[in-house]
Design a protein around this ligand. Structure first.
Ligand SMILES: [Fe+2]
Length: 126
């Protein structure tokens, strides 16, 4: 069964989808179940992926990598950064050469977290 806000990837064609509403069936692509991309929360290597949230005067800034920025090369980069503030879901799509960060203008929330997706290392939450 698909999970609300779950990210699923097709191992064959590379399609990636996010679920808005949970249905009762698995998500199929290229004839097979899409893979659920688990939200990882702890880096175990030197390279940092867990998104880091800072409060700004107008909202929030999310960075991937505190001291060392995550690479943004053609073959390895952060594809998007999402910020969830209460019932709002904000997303910035990134491309190679961009900074691995995103700034969002929104009122301060109670339940705030960020997620990001690395094209090599998958889905992360912080
Ligand atoms: Fe990575």
């Amino acid at each position: 069964m698909a999970k609300k806000m779950g990210i699923y990837k097709c191992e064959h064609c590379g399609n990636i989808v996010e679920v808005f509403v949970e249905g009762g069936a698995p998500i199929i692509c290229c004839g097979e179940k899409m893979i659920f991309m688990e939200e990882k929360t702890a880096d175990q290597s030197v390279e940092k992926h867990v998104p880091f949230i800072e409060k700004t005067a107008t909202g929030y800034k999310v960075r991937v990598g505190k001291e060392t920025q995550h690479p943004m090369a053609d073959e390895h980069y952060i594809q998007w950064i999402e910020l969830v503030v209460d019932q709002y879901v904000l997303r910035k799509e990134l491309k190679p050469g961009d900074l691995p960060e995103a700034e969002f203008t929104i009122e301060e929330g109670k339940d705030v977290y960020a997620r990001e997706y690395c094209n090599v290392h998958g889905h992360w939450r912080g």
